[in-house]
Design a binder for this molecule. Structure first.
Ligand code: SF4
Length: 337
């Protein structure tokens, strides 16, 4: 599959009063054209900061310390990392035309005192040389595409006049305004109830099918990505600890953290009503993280070597990779015990 996005050895840090937070640590992955990749992890695992780094949207105290980003084969690292003179203009063009983000909280993203029309036509007018009438027509078309009924009258309304699910559809319409090649959805269903969640996920999947865009779905909930992602990357402690196709992750997980996430998902068809097993403990402090397995303090399979060295990546298939000492020959020989 041709690649839409390639991220190579990305490391992102944040300077704080207490020291340097290593939010993203040597992360590499790619997304194919027309593919949906899920990035799953707990809060603070580095999943959102990875994508903010790619879009040049880091907070003022953040910076990319290392890495390379290729979008549709073009190296955009100097722009995304704000080290190019053309940063402001060119990166803003890339963000509108080539990649767009669907943010998680519509009420924070939408301006409550502006009509939907002005918020939807703004990116269209900024990125295209067209008249206000043409932008208005395009906005109506986008509202229809994301399933908002009576768009001709509703376009004049304000965000508070829409339900949570409809507001999230407007956010998706804004992201689609310039037909981006890559859509990054950052926890797009977190603020929604379960039935609306399903509708929004279905919509994102349908848009990928209709428009052929690539999608990166960031979520803390493995259940959310189960039915819609082609591949899934599991992040923990600023690193990708396992990546594979959805089937490989769900039916043949290798990393103890992935197994732990799966054991937290309720199965309504389970007649035995097995108890859910939450992962004990809390995520590591990225301010003081060592160069060893980040999951060591919560892992019931941990060995001595796990706290001495970072596990190298093991390949289980062309698409399935995990970083855990358990699959290393030395660990099997008991060297790490
Ligand atoms: Fe557990 Fe060790 Fe594997 Fe880390 S490397 S997940 S601590 S067994």
């Amino acid at each position: 599959m041709e690649k839409m996005l390639e991220v190579k050895n990305l490391s992102t840090v944040f300077n704080t009063d207490n020291g340097t937070v290593q939010a993203v640590r040597d992360v590499s992955f790619d997304v194919g054209k027309g593919e949906i990749l899920g990035i799953v992890g707990e809060s603070g695992s580095g999943k959102s900061q990875t994508m903010f780094s790619c879009m040049g949207l880091l907070a003022g105290n953040g910076r990319v310390a290392n890495g390379e980003i290729l979008l549709d084969g073009k190296n955009i690292s100097p722009l995304a990392f704000n080290t190019s003179k053309d940063y402001e203009d060119t990166m803003s063009d890339i963000r509108g035309n080539d990649m767009a983000m669907i943010f998680q909280d519509p009420m924070t993203f939408l301006n409550p005192v502006l009509t939907i029309e002005s918020q939807l036509t703004e990116p269209i007018l900024n990125h295209n040389d067209i008249s206000k009438k043409e932008a208005h027509d395009r906005a109506i078309e986008l509202m229809k595409k994301v399933g908002i009924p009576s768009p001709e009258s509703r376009i004049k309304q304000y965000p508070f006049q829409f339900s949570g699910g409809m507001r999230q559809r407007i956010i998706i319409a804004i992201a689609l305004a310039c037909n981006p090649k890559l859509i990054i959805a950052d926890e797009p269903t977190t603020a929604l109830d379960v039935t609306i969640q399903a509708q929004v996920l279905e919509l994102i999947q349908k848009l990928r099918d209709d428009l052929g865009s690539s999608v990166i779905m960031i979520t803390h909930d493995l259940g959310v990505v189960a039915s819609m992602c082609d591949r899934i990357a599991i992040m923990y402690g600023g690193k990708i600890v396992e990546i594979g196709t959805a089937d490989e992750i769900f039916y043949n997980p290798k990393h103890p953290y992935t197994k732990g996430l799966l054991s937290c998902i309720a199965n309504p068809e389970d007649k035995e009503k097995k108890q859910l097993n939450p992962i004990p403990g809390s995520p590591p402090d990225l301010l003081n993280i060592g160069n060893w397995c980040p999951f060591v303090d919560r892992c019931d399979k941990a060995m001595k070597i796990c706290k001495m060295k970072m596990p190298s990546q093991e390949d289980y298939s062309d698409t399935h990779h995990a970083s855990c000492w358990l699959s290393h020959p030395l660990a099997k020989e008991g060297e790490g015990e």
